[in-house]
Design a protein around this ligand. Structure first.
Ligand SMILES: [Zn+2]
Length: 295
């Protein structure tokens, strides 16, 4: 499943070919993905210009003229690929084009943009979804209402974590995975952030706050490592677990750079630590950690 850095990578890739362009033709091959597509979806998109692309949690938001937003969630296997309508226009698209592969059975939506790019949404398992939301109602929409702070924003700081964790009975990992606290954090990057911070995933979340409610040193370390693991992954172009691909059709390289995730039984990578990485189920998901240096 694409996590936040992968979604951010796709957003960046799509921005390069969609920003400032109009939907000239929308080919809708199904009525639904995970959920039904909006009424008159193709008709409502056709002619609209994409003013900018942003991200909220793991949603890509395509802001359209006339005040609507096309919100896209990639689910498990959703991906975009970019090709071109005619060979003659290739030079305008540069390195962000690639010839679309032969796996067209799961191409559910094909967007032909002004100026030549063809953006295809492919989703083998169809857990992804798209919806059109009036921009003014975005924060109140069922998908976005109640989401916590963006981890890469200034809103995530040690004081915020301490305030939300104070008195909580849950463990640290469950706390970080709670989308109402921090939006868009998933299993892989939570494991990585806790490892870098030297914090045990089973430690109580309330340990992020001191008795007086002020953030502890652990809260400060955790904020720094959450931001760092996400930024490193975004810089590396997102990981490519399973059949996931970047928007430009190239495969990223971060999957080899995980320090603890997927390394069960391997020696801990922290300098000076002689521990071994363990995997244990926690809240229904695999947690990877080094019991020797994560306290
Ligand atoms: Zn260790």
């Amino acid at each position: 499943m694409p996590e936040l850095p992968e979604v951010e990578t796709v957003r960046t890739g799509l921005e390069l070919v969609m920003r400032g362009r109009r939907f000239i033709h929308v080919e809708q091959r199904r009525k639904d993905l995970r959920f039904p597509l909006p009424e008159r979806f193709a008709e409502r998109l056709t002619g609209r210009k994409v003013s900018r692309l942003t991200r909220r949690a793991k949603y890509i938001l395509m802001h359209l003229d006339r005040g609507e937003v096309l919100a896209v969630h990639l689910g498990m296997t959703g991906r975009f690929s970019v090709s071109r309508a005619r060979r003659g226009s290739a030079s305008q698209l540069g390195e962000f084009t690639h010839e679309h592969g032969s796996d067209t059975k799961h191409d559910h939506l094909v967007f032909t943009m002004s100026g030549g790019p063809v953006v295809t949404y492919n989703d083998a398992r169809r857990f992804g979804y798209m919806t059109l939301i009036p921009e003014a109602e975005l924060d109140h929409d069922a998908f976005f209402r109640g989401l916590g702070v963006e981890p890469m924003s200034g809103e995530l700081d040690a004081a915020y974590l301490a305030r939300r964790a104070n008195g909580k009975k849950t463990d640290l990992k469950a706390f970080l995975m709670d989308q109402r606290i921090v939006a868009g954090l998933g299993n892989i990057y939570v494991c990585e952030a806790l490892f870098r911070a030297g914090l045990n995933p089973w430690r109580g979340a309330s340990s992020l706050a001191a008795k007086n409610g002020k953030p502890t040193a652990a809260a400060g370390r955790l904020v720094a490592t959450v931001k760092a693991v996400l930024q490193d992954a975004i810089d590396a172009g997102g990981s490519t677990l399973r059949d996931y691909r970047q928007a430009n059709g190239e495969v990223g390289s971060f999957q080899n750079a995980f320090a603890v995730y997927g390394r069960e039984g391997e020696p801990c990578m922290k300098p000076g630590c002689r521990g071994t990485v363990r995997r244990k189920t926690q809240g229904g998901r695999s947690t990877f950690c080094c019991p020797a240096c994560q306290r």
